[in-house]
Design a protein around this ligand. Structure first.
Ligand code: NAD
Length: 349
């Protein structure tokens, strides 16, 4: 059942419940100005409904910015299911969420996010047409994580060229927080270039695997942000750059896959004041939605579309970093201003 929640900052926000399956979730459509709202479905444990609501509102807004930065004709939306994906996920809950997505008649397209897999997307697709990230089918785009990681890696090299004077990552120390879908692929790219990895994950087995495969050093999940490194790559949770962590950072550049890394604008300013280069998350991690967009937009030549859009995204990142350096401000502010200007132009046109 969809119950509308009044929200002046978003076009539509719904609480999603299903008594039979016990589903408790939310869908937020921030904007459909550029096209149907698109953004993944996340499942995780929240401290309560209010925390889940704050998350879905911030994430859906972030998707509007991410899709705009990637030049996609898509708006921003997001969905969440409250619960532990390892123990609380059931087919009945996924089906109920699928029916909720169907009720929105294409104003919101969902896909895979934290706690979801392509198999889960298949279950949702049994109920709704508006599901991307499927493993098979004519326009299926599959798991977006490898492309997300590729985009983050490209961004990291752009940042390194600017900040360290060379894009070569050989011998650079990179601290990766989160060895999930994206973090793992990112480690693969980084290790392939000869970077020295320091890794953390809340799942011990994952960390041990990384130690064996990449020769990575290990750090505790609550220590990884403050290890001595050239780059800190947040690939787990949002809000990791905040009033407490920023003063503790010992890396001089931040580039990772996690959404909403900055707890607030003050965190962006604090990073800038410390001379730490922050690569805007929604530009660095746009590869995943570019990949999913091929399914939503029914693109025939997926590899070409993805390659072209990733190259454009690299140009966008270069432009943002150059402008931020000229203006002596955080790249986060330049990215937001660039996107907002584009949206205002579209509104005016
Ligand atoms: P995932 O669920 O596969 O991986 C997250 C990993 O982080 C897990 O291994 C988990 O154990 C670990 N983790 C959780 N809390 C942690 C903590 N406090 N410290 C260290 N590790 C912790 O998710 P994912 O798909 O790899 O996505 C990672 C991040 O990137 C998320 O913020 C997601 O929203 C964002 N993102 C993902 C994609 C994508 O294509 N999957 C695209 C854009 C953005």
């Amino acid at each position: 059942m969809l119950t509308r929640i009044d929200c002046s900052t978003h076009e539509e926000v719904y609480r999603v419940t299903d008594r039979e399956s016990g589903l408790e979730g939310l869908i937020a459509i921030h904007s459909t100005q550029a096209g149907p709202a698109a953004g993944g479905l996340r499942m995780r444990v929240y401290r309560g409904f209010d925390e889940a609501l704050a998350d879905v509102l911030a994430l859906s807004r972030g998707m509007t910015y991410k899709n705009a930065a990637a030049g996609l004709p898509l708006g921003g939306g997001k969905a969440v299911i409250l619960g532990d994906p390892r123990t609380d996920k059931t087919e009945a809950k996924l089906r109920a969420m699928g029916r909720a997505v169907a009720e929105l008649e294409g104003r919101y397209w969902t896909a895979e996010d934290m706690g979801m897999s392509p198999e889960d997307m298949k279950v949702l697709a049994g109920e709704a047409e508006f599901v991307a990230g499927l493993a098979d089918g004519r326009f299926a785009s599959g798991d977006p994580s490898p492309i997300t990681a590729q985009g983050v890696f490209n961004a990291l090299k752009i940042g390194a060229a600017r900040h360290f004077g060379s894009a070569d990552l050989k011998g650079r120390r990179v601290a990766v927080q989160g060895l999930g879908h994206v973090g793992w692929y990112l480690c693969d790219y980084l290790a392939g270039e000869g970077a020295q990895l320091i890794v953390a994950d809340t799942v011990a087995a994952r960390v041990e695997e990384a130690q064996a495969k990449f020769g990575a050093e290990l750090a505790a999940p609550d220590e990884i942000h403050r290890v001595v490194a050239d780059v800190f790559a947040p690939c787990a949770i949002g809000g990791i750059l905040n009033g407490q962590t920023v003063p503790e950072l010992r890396a001089s550049m931040i580039c990772g896959a996690a959404n909403n890394q900055l707890a607030d604008d003050a965190a962006a300013d604090a990073l800038h004041a410390r001379g730490i280069l922050y690569l805007p998350d929604y530009v660095a991690n746009g590869g995943g939605i570019i990949n999913a967009a091929t399914e939503i937009l029914r693109i025939e030549n997926r590899p070409r579309f993805v390659a072209e859009r990733l190259a454009q995204l690299e140009q966008t990142m270069r432009g943002i970093l150059a402008a931020a350096a000229r203006q002596d401000t955080s790249p986060a502010h330049v990215a937001d201003a660039t996107v907002e200007q584009g949206m205002a132009l579209r509104r005016a046109g």
